[in-house]
Design a protein around this ligand. Structure first.
Ligand code: GLC
Ligand code: CA
Length: 563
């Protein structure tokens, strides 16, 4: 173990809070900052170190806060700056750090900069955004928005189009303009000087676009529009911009920086997370949560294949070892619930076992663990019949495009897709207890509660030492105790397809991690060189079984041995 590589952000466990759905303190049905403050004890009990707050800034909420109107103000529904200061102070008292979500690839179209920018072609803010002439009556190029439709919006006052990779209310900032970069660095300093402990940076590898704006390939996923990814991800100046940001801001503070980087290659990721620390600490890559993607992106009727996920994650484990750093996640506010998606929630037993196994399998790998609110309870997908139960702009637009316009899917087929993959699965209110509205609010929640809350909730799990919550708590504690879990080198072992077996190695020590992705019994023979060693079972999701040379793994069983 190279101790020079030791960093607090490698050893920390991050817990993501989606404030709108975490805890409502005043009965208006919307989660808020004071709600979070009242629940800090719960998070401390779990043992996490860092709280990542999805955006809490002033926003018209076209994309639930990922469209920021004022980077220095708190969203009214979430509370006031005084509430934020209190949250930060109380968290710090408990030894919890706060990670802010920084969304600076784009701003809201209601941001002052954009309101000015659109007024005239020579407005001083004009170049804060990306404006182009149309091609006749058509947009400047064929790019699709990732939220469907064209990525260009025609703006009559100046007879030009502006770029929005996401919704038309999320206008892309023009990072080529040094003034924009200065503004961003300033607002980052504003939050860091308040004492926040770092940033998760939203789609940060999109900030440099190919200057020629060529047409993208029409794949059918976005109807007649083309895929912009090759020309908007990892663009020509992205490293230059991040290095500058690092020089001007990040390097001056002892913070954690996480880059959300869709469509990132290994080579790019190595640069973003380089060990010299000239850009970011770690990236969020997407390969392992895309194995179900197909012709219609995430809304393709296709099941994941564990052998794909295993292979992909192993590539990331090997690829970034010693040269960069991974983040480890199954869930966040954009993904559906892992136990329903990669595990098995068809019976209470399989639900419990597979939720624990998924945690073990992921968090024993190398990288900084990210737990998404409710994941530690095994919260499930909701499975609703009506599109009107969903609020997410991405799912609603997908429904419009794929059912109404392109007629690719019937209503039922599309609901099946949304129920499996839709982002709202992660956004239904946190399930605190079995009382009305899962204890999330005394009022009417902004989005309905998942009907499963009477069976799956925090109150019942914190009093049960065999619960999923406790399993997470134990995993987090193990990580603090055994540094091999943080720093050991990953090596995939040969196994039948639906087993995922790997070791972590440091001099003189081996951690053996065995996971079954099968609802049936599976046989596994420990490799001879390992079978000879003295062993200690650190954790498992079934009562210990002393057989060693040949193990009969029970449904979704996991075990971790220190050898
Ligand atoms: C990121 C966020 C997602 C958001 C998008 C646009 O992918 O995680 O929630 O919709 O960026 O900001
Ligand atoms: Ca509220």
């Amino acid at each position: 173990m190279n101790t020079q590589d030791k960093q607090w952000w490698k050893e920390a466990v991050v817990y993501q809070i989606y404030p709108r759905s975490f805890m409502d303190s005043n009965g208006d049905g919307i989660g808020d900052l004071r709600g979070i403050t009242t629940r800090l004890d719960y998070l401390k009990e779990l043992g996490v170190d860092v709280l990542w707050l999805s955006p809490i800034y002033d926003s018209p909420n076209d994309d639930n806060g990922y469209d920021i109107r004022d980077y220095r103000a708190i969203m009214k529904e979430f509370g006031t700056m005084a509430d934020f200061d209190e949250l930060l102070e109380e968290a710090h008292k408990l030894g919890l750090k706060i990670l802010m979500d920084m969304v600076v690839n784009h701003s809201s179209d209601e941001h002052l900069w954009f309101r000015e920018s659109r007024m005239s072609r020579n407005n001083p803010y004009r170049d804060y955004y990306i404006w182009r002439e149309g091609r006749g009556n058509n947009p400047p190029n064929n790019w699709a928005s990732w939220f469907y439709g064209s990525a260009w919006e025609y703006d009559p006052p100046t007879d030009m189009y502006y770029l929005h990779i996401f919704s038309r209310k999320q206008a892309d900032l023009n990072w080529e303009n040094p003034k924009v970069r200065e503004e961003v660095y300033d607002l980052m300093k504003f939050w860091l000087d308040k004492g926040v402990d770092g940033f998760r940076m939203d789609v940060i590898n999109l900030i440099s676009k190919t200057p020629e704006y060529p047409d993208g390939e029409v794949t059918g996923q976005y109807g007649a529009y083309g895929e912009p990814a090759p020309f908007c991800c990892n663009g020509p100046r992205v490293h230059e911009f991040l290095e500058e940001m690092n020089r001007e801001v990040l390097s001056k503070y002892d913070i954690m920086t996480v880059g959300e980087t869709p469509v990132v290659t290994m080579e790019e990721a190595k640069r973003y997370t380089n060990a010299a620390g000239t850009e970011l600490n770690m990236v969020v890559q997407f390969d392992h949560v895309k194995t179900e993607h197909g012709t219609y992106g995430k809304y393709t009727r296709q099941r994941f294949r564990i052998e794909d996920i295993k292979r992909i994650m192993s590539v990331w484990q090997d690829g970034l070892y010693s040269s960069g750093w991974n983040s480890l996640y199954w869930e966040n506010h954009d993904q559906s619930r892992s136990v329903s998606r990669f595990g098995d929630d068809s019976t209470p037993l399989l639900w419990e076992k597979s939720a624990k196994m998924l945690a073990c399998c992921l968090y024993m790998q190398q990288g900084t663990p990210f737990i998404y609110q409710g994941q530690e309870l095994g919260m499930t997908n909701a499975r609703l019949d009506s599109i009107s139960d969903y609020h997410d702009i991405e799912a609603l637009n997908a429904y419009k495009t794929l059912v109404e316009q392109e007629q690719v899917y019937t209503h039922d087929e599309m609901m099946d897709c949304i129920n499996r993959m839709g982002r709202d699965n992660a956004r239904f209110p946190f399930q605190w207890d079995a009382t009305a509205n899962a204890g999330f609010t005394a009022g009417t929640p902004w989005i309905r509660v998942n009907p499963h809350y009477t069976a799956v909730n925090a109150a019942s799990q914190i009093i049960d030492e065999n619960s999923i919550f406790y399993f997470y708590k134990n995993l987090v504690a193990l990580r603090k105790k055994h540094r091999i879990i943080v720093y050991g080198k990953y090596r995939l072992l040969k196994s039948p397809e639906d087993l995922w077996v790997y070791v972590r190695e440091v001099e003189g020590q081996t951690l053996l991690v065995i996971n079954s992705f099968s609802a049936e019994e599976r046989y596994y023979a420990i490799p001879e060189d390992l079978a000879e060693k003295k062993r200690e079972l650190l954790i498992g999701n079934y009562p210990a079984d002393d057989k060693w040379n040949g193990i009969n793994l029970r449904p979704y069983e996991c075990r971790v041995y220190l050898l």
